[in-house]
Ligand binder design. Structure first.
Ligand SMILES: C[S@@+](CC[C@H](N)C(=O)[O-])C[C@H]1O[C@@H](n2cnc3c(N)ncnc32)[C@H](O)[C@@H]1O
Length: 316
């Protein structure tokens, strides 16, 4: 990549170290520009004195939590970019729910919008770790794929901003009976609902989770321009499709409605997505798709409206 002077590649495993050397040769990277080491990642971060890193990519097996705190020591405190990968999606999506409060200090939700919610729990923990050291985060992008979630945040040293970030953290309550979803902002909200205000059903509580934006419009546009500007960009069509869906995640409401699961609940067959879009837009509601899940629709229509639309389309 142009504009990069030096790269530090660190991996505890000697086999991985040898693999990195082979990969540098395969990619024609000048080895003099790459400093290799086999340190424990936390030791590697803590040894960083003087000039700090512009970009840190944390890509362990499973959870990145053990490495996050010290990564903030090694990153440039004003404008450094951190990339964080988590592969423990079963924990963040609530399939192994017990581990989530231990690792991420949060309760996951194994509900139809669990993928976006899991990503928001991860961002919340990055924010909490940053805030504990006087840093605020500016979330640039989140990529959620089958077996991993990757988050990119810019770091800004500011306790004032770190305090403000707490307003972007909050709680989600989901009614398994009527699918009503209640979002309450603030890490320490004055009150939460006791039961579903719509149907009196039991509410599942998830959080704390990041409720702020997960994308930066300009950052997304720059990635789209970079992708379209290079003819030989690998998997160009697929990459652009994901970036377009991320744009919809940014512009649409939080979370969303899982259409096939709602149809199953109502004993209906699933209408085509363009027909749902048409019905929503005819009634003045918005329609967005989500990169987190191709079967989710994000709309400002409440669940009963969506149910009515699905029934109507089934009758056609
Ligand atoms: C998912 S792989 C990373 C793959 C690499 N980023 C890539 O894209 O090819 C995780 C790597 O983390 C290394 N690792 C695990 N724990 C570590 C630790 N505490 N410190 C440094 N490296 C560690 C493992 O040896 C393994 O090679």
């Amino acid at each position: 990549v142009n504009g990069i002077d030096r790269i530090y590649a660190n991996d505890l495993s000697p086999a991985a170290y040898r693999q990195i050397i082979q990969n540098l040769a395969l990619n024609g990277v000048d080895p003099d520009r790459v400093k290799l080491s086999t340190k424990e990642a936390n030791v590697f971060f803590l040894e960083r004195q003087g000039e700090k890193f512009d970009y840190i990519d944390i890509d362990p097996f499973g959870t990145p939590v053990p490495f996050l705190f010290n990564a903030f020591h090694a990153i440039k405190p004003r404008g450094g970019l951190i990339g964080v990968t988590a592969t423990d999606t079963a924990v963040l999506h609530g399939a192994h729910a017990k581990a989530c409060p231990l690792k991420y200090g949060a309760q996951p939700l194994h509900v139809p919008f669990m993928k976006e919610f899991g990503a928001r729990i991860l961002v919340q923990w990055i924010q909490a770790t940053a805030a504990s050291q006087g840093f605020s985060i500016d979330v640039k992008a989140v990529l959620s794929q089958a077996h991993f979630i990757k988050v990119f945040v810019i770091v800004i040293a500011s306790r004032t901003r770190a305090s403000q970030d707490l307003q972007n953290v909050g709680w989600v309550q989901f009614c398994g009976q009527c699918w009503n979803t209640i979002i309450t902002r603030g890490r320490f909200p004055a009150r939460l609902e006791g039961e579903c205000p719509a149907c009196g059903g039991t509410l599942e509580l998830g959080g704390p989770a990041w409720l702020g934006h997960l994308y930066d419009a300009q950052f997304l546009q720059r990635m789209m321009d970079a992708c379209t500007g290079i003819d030989s960009f690998p998997q160009q069509v697929e990459t652009l499709k994901i970036l377009q869906l991320m744009k919809q995640d940014l512009e649409g409401p939080l979370l969303g409605i899982h259409i096939p699961k709602l149809c199953d609940k109502l004993n209906l067959s699933g209408p085509a997505f363009p027909a749902i879009r048409q019905e929503l837009e005819n009634r003045g509601f918005c329609y967005f798709r989500s990169h987190f899940d191709p079967l989710i629709v994000k709309t400002d229509a409440a669940v009963p409206v969506m149910e009515e639309i699905l029934r109507h389309l089934n009758e056609k």
